[in-house]
Design a protein around this ligand. Sequence first.
Ligand SMILES: [Zn+2]
Length: 243
Amino acid sequence: MDIVTRKEAKERGLARYFTGKPCPHGHVAERWTSTSRCVECERKYREANLEKMREASRKYYEANPEKERERKRKYREANREKILESQRKRYEANPEKERERKRKYPEANREKIRERKRKYYEANPEKIRERQRKYREANPEKIRERHRKYREANREKILERKRKYYEANPEKIRERQRKYREANREKILERHRKYREANREKIRERHRKYREANREKILERKRKYRQGGLVEKAKRKRVEDVR
Ligand SMILES: [Zn+2]
C-alpha cells in the first residue's frame, strides 16, 4: 500500500490514508482521514457494539433526517452498480425469502409509499405526464382491458359516483351535453337511426306501454293541438278576410 499522509489525503479528498506505522493495538492498517482512527480498530469496535452503533445511527438519523437522506441519495447514485449487484446476490442466495419480502412490502408500508408517490408527483409533474402519455400510446389494448375490468368490478361504486357528480354539477353537465350534441349532430342521428333499426320491436312495445299509461295526457295534448290548429286557421282566415 502506498504511504499517504493525512494532510495529503485531505488535499486529495480521500476518505482514508496510510502511514505504514502500527496503531496502538498493533494494526498496520489504513486510518480514516476524518478522525485519524485506525480502520481495523473501528471495524472491531463496530462488530463488538453492533446494537449500540445501530442505535447511534438511528438517533443521528432522527436528528438529521434531511442530511441523512441526502447522504443516502448520493451514496446510491455513486454506487448504483454495487447496490444492484448485492441485491442480485441476496436474491440468488434466498429467492423465496426475497419474493416474500417484496410481496409484503406494499402492505406493510402503505402510508410510506403513498407519501413517497405524492412527493414524487409534486416534484415531477411534467415528467410523469409525459411518461403516462407514452405508456398509453404504447399500450392501448392493455389499458382498455384494465378499464373494462375495473368497471366490471366497481359497477355500483361508479354509478354512485356519477350520480353524485350529476347532482353536484347539473349546469356544467347540461352545457357539456349541449356542446357535444352541437358538435356531433350527424354522429348522434346516425346512432339513433341504427338503434331504431336494431330495436324496432322494443321501441314499438315501449311506445305502446307509454300510450297505455298516459292515455289521458295524450288525449289532452291532442285536444290542445287541434285547438291550436283551429286558432291558427282562424287567424289565417282573419288575415285573408282583411285582404
Ligand atoms: Zn488498530
